[in-house]
Write a protein that binds this ligand. Structure first.
Ligand code: NAP
Length: 277
């Protein structure tokens, strides 16, 4: 399939690499120079998103505002993408998927991704796919790039709801374990003792267990930044009117630690909250 990948951050780059490995023909674009050029011997580099000539355009950008700037410049669908299927792989609010579906009609599919960039690269990630059946079916070669696809049905907004609920569990969980590490350290336990406790604990789900090294790594070099986490939790809180004090507290903690200088670090930097104050 001929696919244009728009946005080459951690996830977009990993996705582009996976699609190349799977034998797809690629076009790539990124707002800032440098990232697209890493693909110059393997993909066509687009000067502008309007230059895409692929069968499908897959957008992977930071948030709702950037997605709307890329996919709906001047508030309308890009006429240059007229014959193409448009796939949004970014994590955004359900209402944003609905806005894009209204603009692109039956050609729009929401496909947020469950999994880290390394899982995307190895094909172990999961698509959460919502959109018209005919478009989902035409895009079968794209879904085949990952081990698993969850079909969220005809409504693109539903794919966002599933994605946001999953991230809410992950991110509140990371916030909880970050506090376990802080409390353990405060009580005088060495990091080795804390990581042994975490690795042996039946309380820790697999999705949290792969954060243990990041929590005790003083650089918190990872793949999922605090501002992206705060964005996802804000959207999760927007799903319902009920009180969600635990999710609210976790969201505020990610914002606070980012403001303390950890905005480019992994979510595990939450363990540093207040240290620089
Ligand atoms: N990281 C993860 O583990 C993970 C997992 C699942 C889903 N996601 C979701 O996947 C999406 C991408 O995440 P990421 O980790 O790749 O983020 P990232 O590394 O921060 O990359 C963000 C990308 O968005 C682009 N961008 C930002 N503002 C833009 C704008 N106004 N116009 C055009 N492009 C813009 C950036 O371009 P520049 O290079 O020019 O800044 C960059 O390509 C997010 O929605 C995230 O929530 C992430």
């Amino acid at each position: 399939m001929r696919i244009a990948v728009i946005g080459l951050g951690g996830m977009g780059s990993a996705l582009a690499e996976r699609l190349l490995d799977e034998g797809h023909e690629l076009e790539v674009w990124n707002r800032s120079p440098g990232r697209a050029e890493l693909f110059d011997d393997r993909a066509g580099i687009l000067a502008d998103p309007d230059a895409a000539t692929a069968d499908a355009v897959v957008v992977s950008v930071a948030d709702d505002d950037s997605l709307l700037q890329v996919a709906l410049p001047d508030g309308a669908a890009r006429s240059a993408w007229a014959g193409m299927l448009v796939v949004n792989a970014s994590t955004v609010a359900p209402a944003t998927q609905t806005t894009l579906a209204a603009a692109y009609g039956g050609r729009f599919v929401a496909a947020p991704i469950l999994g880290a960039p390394h899982a995307v690269r190895s094909g172990q990630a999961r698509w959460l796919v919502g959109g018209p059946a005919s478009a989902r079916s035409t895009l079968a070669p794209l879904w085949a790039a990952f081990a698993t696809t969850t079909d969220a049905g005809e409504d693109p907004a539903r794919a966002s709801v599933v994605k946001l609920l999953s991230n809410q569990m992950l991110l509140v969980g990371v916030a909880m374990v970050a506090e376990t590490v802080r409390l353990g350290r405060a009580a005088g336990l060495e990091d080795d003792a804390i990581t042994d406790l975490l690795r042996d604990s039946p309380m820790l789900a697999p999705g949290l267990a792969n954060r243990i090294d990041g929590l005790v790594d003083p650089d918190h070099a990872g793949w999922f930044t605090g501002p992206l986490a705060a964005k996802d939790l804000t959207h999760a809180l927007g799903l319902g009117g009920a009180e969600s004090p635990v999710t609210t507290a976790a969201r505020d903690a990610y914002l606070e630690v980012a403001a303390e200088g950890w905005a480019d670090a992994d979510v595990t930097a939450l363990v540093e909250l207040g240290r620089r104050r």
